[in-house]
Write a protein that binds this ligand. Structure first.
Ligand code: OAD
Length: 245
């Protein structure tokens, strides 16, 4: 992987679009947290290399073996508790302050944008730092690492689950509509560190393009949408994004 040089084609253009933009939407995926030491899902070292999503990230897996699923989430929470937001998370906070209409849409559940200081975040796949009761539906934050007892329970006695969206589940009510509105009304859309293969999130990229936004992709590798975007910047998010500011 080559690093983007300051004069790489596209960098100047992308910087110019961002400087002029009064509305900006950002879609992020696991790659933005890679430089914080958080493993991605696909590719070398990805979580789905050693684990099957159907064993750990579906409602059926949880019904079959809640303890196994919780052990995996507890392990991820332990790793995340050691991680710090990186230059890319911090750059998004700067953009939020600078651009009048700004929306951050993330597929990440890691909470690193909150810790960097981002304001409103559309967390399409939920939040690993929240728990939800499978009996009464209560939903609460819990940052304890490790959790004192697995699987955790709600005050009502019901079994608690991670506050994330699993494969086969709908996204949080109304959130996709809000995300679609954000990308279709933005002058510029930044797509950072996502393999763009998981829907409906990935569908926001062509949605933005068809609505007329300038779409800039930052990724260490090509994605299925690299050929469609206005500018595909190859490199690590923490190195490339700060150079666009
Ligand atoms: P993936 O693991 O599928 O993709 C990560 C992307 O980040 C890849 O395209 C990498 O090339 C890129 N990447 C890696 N390091 C990078 C870096 N330093 N800078 C920029 N890009 C980098 O992660 P997602 O696209 O987020 O869902 O995956 C989408 C969903 O699939 C996740 O939310 C999760 C997963 O299964 C659920 O668990 C429901």
């Amino acid at each position: 992987m080559e690093e983007v040089s300051p004069n790489a084609p596209g960098l100047e253009c992308a910087r110019d679009w961002l400087t002029r933009a009064t509305s900006l939407a950002v879609l992020t995926g696991a790659g933005i947290s890679a430089e914080s030491g958080v493993p991605t899902f696909r590719g070398a070292g990805g979580l789905w290399r050693d684990h099957k999503p159907e064993d750990l990230a579906t409602p059926e897996a949880f019904a079959r073996n809640p303890l196994l699923v919780w052990e995996w989430y507890n392990w991820r929470r332990e790793r995340l508790a050691q991680a710090q937001p990186n230059a890319a998370h911090h750059a998004l906070v700067k953009l939020e302050i600078r651009v009048a209409r700004f929306t951050l849409i993330t597929q990440n559940v890691d909470g690193l944008d909150d810790r960097a200081g981002s304001g409103k975040i559309l967390k399409l796949h939920g939040d690993i730092w929240r728990l939800r009761c499978t009996a009464c539906g209560a939903n609460w934050p819990d940052r304890r690492v490790p959790l004192p007892k697995l699987p955790p329970h709600c005050g009502c006695g019901g079994l608690a689950r991670p506050g994330v969206v699993w494969f086969g589940e709908p996204l949080p009510e109304g959130m996709m509509k809000e995300a679609e509105h954000a990308v279709s009304s933005a002058e510029v859309v930044l797509v950072i560190g996502t393999s763009a293969v998981v829907y409906p999130a990935a569908g926001l990229i062509p949605y933005a393009k068809h609505a007329g936004a300038k779409v800039i992709e930052i990724n260490t590798e090509d994605t299925p949408y690299s050929g469609m975007v206005d500018c595909a910047l190859r490199g690590a998010a923490g190195a490339v994004l700060p150079r666009l500011l």
